[in-house]
Design a protein around this ligand. Structure first.
Ligand code: FES
Ligand code: FES
Length: 166
């Protein structure tokens, strides 16, 4: 049996310690050791994006990262963006614009949208489509996902303008 290593990370604003085998993939540590099941396992080969998380201010496919590489990392999953009682604007917009059907791609898609809008607060439709091109959805045909992300950009910009003028 492989020797375990202790990892320290910040996940959704909480400092956590996990004892795990260094060969474990980060997505499995999040789901199985920390019970954070927002990141989904789809292809396990970097193609589908269902496992997308935010790590050190980058979108990362957590099936392509060894847990040991996340030592000291700051991680946000879909659970850290909002809660059922206090949805993040992007989550609200996915709901309002029907940006999901089965929901399997949704946590990764929303987490990716979050980083995309952090990097570009006023994207064109083409930029949104390019920005989510690493996240596959088998249900929606993408149209409503793109609408939801464009609407999120508008709402987030409105909210920050309101804060600035307050
Ligand atoms: Fe990670 Fe598909 S499960 S990209
Ligand atoms: Fe089903 Fe995207 S909503 S895979």
């Amino acid at each position: 049996m492989m020797e375990k290593v202790q990892l320290n990370m910040t996940v959704n604003g909480k400092e956590v310690e996990v004892l795990t085998e260094p060969r474990q993939l980060l997505v499995h540590v999040l789901r199985e050791e920390l019970n954070i099941t927002g990141p989904h396992v789809g292809c396990e080969s970097t193609h589908c994006g269902a496992c997308t998380i935010d790590m050190n201010e980058m979108s990362v496919k957590s099936c392509s990262v060894f847990a040991a590489q996340a030592q000291g990392a700051n991680i946000t999953t879909v659970e850290g963006l909002g809660s059922p009682d206090g949805l993040h604007i992007i989550q609200e917009m996915f709901k309002e614009h029907h940006g999901l059907q089965c929901g399997y791609c949704t946590p990764g898609m929303i987490t990716r949208a979050y980083r995309l809008l952090q990097e570009n607060s006023n994207p064109t439709e083409e930029e949104v489509r390019f920005g989510i091109s690493g996240n596959l959805c088998r249900c929606t045909g993408y149209q409503n996902i793109v609408k939801a992300i464009m609407a999120s950009a508008d709402k987030l910009n409105e909210t920050s303008e309101m804060k600035e003028s307050a």
